[in-house]
Design a binder for this molecule. Structure first.
Ligand code: G16
Length: 554
């Protein structure tokens, strides 16, 4: 089709960093530099063209993202460049999409891939863009490397005019909310769910954190399931809710620090289901009837009820139940019972590096420390899928989330887990921390806080299919006395400074203990380990600091 093409020579090329754990995240100012976005998008267009070879013309690409500042315009600019490269560009209304909805649209529409504009849980002052491939999954390392090369070697930008390309049919609008809601309807059977919801007067409370979730949640919980639902922060806003009382931009992150209203509502105990989702709706925090479920625990629950989503039909001979290595090992604890549930299949619980692409390539049935659960019908983490799955289990069993978890814990015990962070601005500090963790094995036998460091190592990922080491040093693992484990890795999603993520976990057969009593010794031991090497006063926050605990403590 004929569309006008304009060529812009890049006089002063920008240096573009390589995409990290999940796309490239930078502060707004970086993305807003003259021609930065265009150069970034040109590299992506060139890569899709190179990958498709002679078949490129007319291939579909899905494009959309969260509502953060500037994204609507960025969607148009990227569309102009992808269309000029000969692709048929598919865009949701207003460019607004969730990460899982784009992943589904890629698969459903047999597209060559997609581009998702989101900096996820980062505040609106950051911008992020990631690339997904034809399977719907995030691009893997080799592809990311090649995209990076092409982005930094682009000399000319070729773009068309957005309105002309729409008129010519090279850019097409779709109703991605309907497409995604139809998928969940097919998986969970909304008609049957709606009947039970009406009969039992099931109610919910949902916090969309002013990200992309609002319209999806309304369509699913209110329009299709006719639920009595309190909708918090429903409207997608470009400032994702603005600033907190200290003038800091709010984080659209479904963690206990950022959802005070939902916590208060859920504490009253009369809402059967409660959930919050991040700005691109791939993370979630679920609960209901006065309780919130931890990410790994919820996945263990889903794994136990896998038959409700016909999981068996999605896998060949082997079903992979995955968790990133820094996530609580709750799913591993129920491996034997999972094996009994799928007698005709090989069942494997797998530890992966952080980054959902590792779980996506094994069938996308897994969980991550950052409140992500995969939807095996697509190839990304999926927040609303998780919430609807929990709702389905509540409806089928008539039990509350706490009762459901207690059933599992009674049988297999509980992994007490919390995630914290140590952050700062100076790269020199990051280097000190790295050296310290790298050399931690030299500290074994010493006491930190009230615990003895028994072993320290870094963890490598052996790929379950190739048997080769597919990722090295994906986390440091510090094992302390009495089964206390602290893992650490640097965040790959920040836009400045450094954040060391710290993950504490401890298994106990007794599930009803106050959580803070279990996690405190690990936090103190890790603090003492840092302090012994001159690292004090770094900001630290653990997710259980504001977590309501039905078993008391603090
Ligand atoms: C991204 C990845 C996740 C990963 C997370 C880690 O999440 O998609 O697989 O768990 O980053 O974040 P960090 O490196 O900061 O610990 P998202 O939701 O931000 O795209």
């Amino acid at each position: 089709m004929n569309i006008p093409i304009k060529e812009i020579k890049i006089e002063k090329p920008c240096t573009i960093r390589k995409m990290g754990t999940s796309g490239l995240r930078e502060v707004q100012e970086v993305y807003n530099q003259p021609l930065f976005l265009e150069q970034f998008a040109q590299g992506i267009a060139d890569w899709f063209k190179e990958a498709a070879g002679t078949e490129a013309a007319g291939l579909k690409l899905i494009l959309g993202g969260d509502p953060r500042k500037g994204n609507q315009r960025r969607v148009e600019v990227i569309a102009e460049i992808l269309a000029a490269a000969g692709f048929h560009v598919i865009i949701p209304d207003n460019g607004l999409a969730s990460t899982p909805a784009v992943s589904h649209a890629i698969r459903h529409m047999k597209a060559a891939g997609g581009v998702i504009l989101t900096a996820s849980h980062n505040p609106f002052t950051d911008v992020g863009i990631k690339v997904n491939i034809a399977s719907g999954a995030p691009a893997l390392e080799d592809d990311v490397n090649r995209i990076h090369e092409l982005q930094n070697s682009a000399t000319v930008i070729r773009k068309t005019n957005y309105n002309e390309a729409v008129k010519a049919g090279c850019i097409e609008k779709i109703d991605i909310i309907k497409m995604y809601a139809d998928l969940l309807d097919n998986i969970f059977d909304f008609k049957a769910m709606k009947k039970i919801i009406a009969a039992q007067k099931i109610s919910g409370a949902f916090d969309s954190m002013h990200g992309a979730a609002g319209p999806f949640a309304r369509e699913i919980f209110i329009n299709r399931l006719s639920m009595d639902a309190l909708m918090l922060r429903e409207e997608p806003r470009e400032d994702l809710g603005g600033h907190d009382a200290d003038g800091e931009p709010l984080h659209p992150e479904p963690d206990f620090d950022y959802i005070p209203e939902l916590i208060a509502i859920n504490s009253a105990g009369d809402r059967h289901i409660a959930a919050a989702w991040d700005s691109d709706v791939d993370r979630r925090l679920d609960g209901g009837s006065g309780f919130f479920v931890e990410s790994a625990d919820e996945f263990a629950l889903f794994a136990s009820y896998s038959h409700l989503i016909n999981l068996e039909n999605l896998f060949g001979d082997t079903i992979y139940f995955c968790r990133s290595t820094v996530t609580a090992d709750a799913p591993d604890r129920i491996e034997e019972s999972l094996k009994k549930k799928f007698p005709g299949k090989e069942v494997r619980t797998i530890e992966t590096p952080t980054g959902f692409k590792w779980i996506a390539e094994l069938g996308n049935w897994g969980v991550e420390e950052s409140n992500g659960v995969g939807n095996p019908y697509l190839r990304e983490k999926d927040g609303i899928f998780a919430t609807v799955f929990l709702l389905k289990i509540i409806l089928e069993t008539g039990k509350t989330p706490l009762q459901l978890m207690e059933e599992i814990w009674k049988e297999s015990g509980r992994v007490y887990f919390t995630r914290g962070e140590v952050s700062g601005k100076e790269n020199s500090e990051k280097e000190v921390l790295t050296d310290l963790l790298q050399g931690a094995s030299g500290q074994t036998g010493k006491t930190f806080g009230n615990l003895i460091l028994e072993s320290a190592e870094s963890w490598n990922y052996t790929h379950p299919e190739s048997g080769t080491i597919a990722a090295r040093d994906a986390a440091w693992v510090l094992r302390f006395s009495d089964g206390n484990t602290v893992k650490a890795r640097f965040s790959g999603t920040g836009s400045s400074g450094y954040t060391l993520r710290v993950y504490c976990s401890k298994f106990d057969k007794d599930y009803g203990l106050p959580k803070s009593d279990i996690t405190r010794p690990m936090k103190e031991a890790f603090d003492a380990f840092l302090a012994a090497h001159g690292l004090t006063e770094k900001s630290k926050k653990y997710t259980d600091a504001h977590q309501p605990d039905v078993y008391g403590g603090k």
